[in-house]
Ligand binder design. Sequence first.
Ligand code: SF4
Length: 461
Amino acid sequence: MSKPRKVHVKSFGCQMNVYDSHRMADTLAPAGFAETTSPDDADLVILNTCHIREKAAQKVYSEIGRVRVMKEAAAAEGRRLLIAVAGCVAQAEGEEIIRRAGAVDLVVGSQNYHRLPQLVARAADGERIVDTEFPVEDKFAALAAPQRAAIQRRGVASFVTVQEGCDKFCTFCVVPYTRGAEVSRPVAQIVTEVERLAAGGVREITLIGQNVNAYHGPGEDGSAWTLGTLLRRLAQVPGIDRLRYTTSHPRDMADDLIAAHAELPELMPYVHLPVQSGSDRLLAAMNRKHTRADYLAAIERLRAVRPDLALSSDFIVGFPGETEADFRDTLALIEEVGFAGAFSFMYSPRPGTPAAEMADQVPQEEKAERLQRLQALIVRQQRSFNASFAGRTLDVLLEKPGKLTGQLVGKSPYLQAVQVMAPRSAIGSIARVTVTEVGSNSLFGALVEYNDAPQLAAAGA
Ligand code: SF4
C-alpha cells in the first residue's frame, strides 16, 4: 500500500474560506491525501486566498515565496511538494500567478474545488494548470462529504455554505467579480450535510453566504425556499441546538426571516447586519440599495420580535467623498443602534471596482483619524454590552479545552467567548454558566449545570 500523501490548506480571510478549506481537504481525502496542520511535512500546500484586504495579491505572492523555500528544501531531500493557489485571488489573477510565480503548480478558482483530485494528479505529472472557469456542474454536489474523524477534529460548531456570490455590486466590493452571481444550494443537499455533521457531534451550525439572507434555493416541495424556511427545517434536525447565519444584507431582511427569530429557540439572538455608513448620500454612492431609515427599520422589526437580540455590523470609513458631516451621521447611527461589536475598516480601493475610479478620495490621515474615533465608540459599546452580563446566567456551548488545566472555552448565544472550569467530558454540552467576571475579550463564569453531550449516532462515516 502506498504511503498516504499529506495536504496542508492555509486559509486566509472569511468563514467561507475556512469552510472551503475543509471541503477541499474532504475532497482530496478519497484521493489518498490526509490533512496536516503543518506545511513542513506536506506533499501539497494549498493557499486559500482572500481578496478583501488591501494589497491582497502582493500578500499572496509573498506567501508563495515562503512556500517556495519549503518546496526547494523538499526537493533537496528528494521529495516533491506541489503548490496550489485557490480562493478569490486565484479567481481574480488566474494565469498571472502561473506567469509570475514559477513555483506554483496549480491555480484553482473558487467554483472548481470539486475537480481538485484530477487537477492535482495532472500537476503531479508535471503540468502547470489554471482552472478558473465558472463550471456548469454543481460544485457542492460533486464535493466529497467530510469523514466522521474530520468532523470530530473540527469541533462542535460548524459552518455550512448555503449561498455563494452576490448580485448587488456595491461599488467598493470585489465579491461579484471573484465569486460570481448569486447561487443557492438545494435544501435537500444542505439538510443531508447538516444531518451528517450532527451525527458527528456538531451542535451549532452557522449558515454562511456572501449574501446569505438572499437565499432562495429549491426546497423539499420543489418551490424556492427562503432563508427563514430553511432555518425552520434545519431546527428539526436531531442534535442541532443552535443556528446562526451570516452575512446578511439589510435589504433582504424579509418578514419571514424576522418571524423565524420569534419562532425558533435554536436561532441565536445575535445578527451581523452590515450597514457600512450612516449617510444616505454615501450609501447611494456605495450602491448599497438601502437607506439609513431602511436599516433602522430592519433593526426595529428584529427587536420587536426578539427584544434580547444583539447586533454587530461592518463600517467603511473614508469612502470617496465622505465629509465630516457624513461621518458624523455614521457615528450617530452607531449611537442610535448600540452594537455589541463591529468590524471597521478604512476604505481602500480595489482594482476593477467603480469606487476605485471615483474622484474625492479621502486623505489617509483623515481616514485614520475617523477610524480611531469610530472604533473608540464601538469599543465603549462592546464593553458596556459585555458588562451587562455580570452576574447573569447564560447558556454556553462548551467547545474546547481552555488555557488552564480543567478549563473549557465555549460560546454564549451572543458569540462571546466564555471560560469556565468544567470537566472535559462536558465538551459538546450546552451548560448553564453564571458570569463571575467580565474581561476585555471574554467572559469568565462558574458552571451551574450541564447535560452530557448527546451520544453520537452509530451511523455515518
Ligand atoms: S452585498 Fe456584500 S458581497 Fe455583495 S457587493 Fe455588497 S459588500 Fe460585496
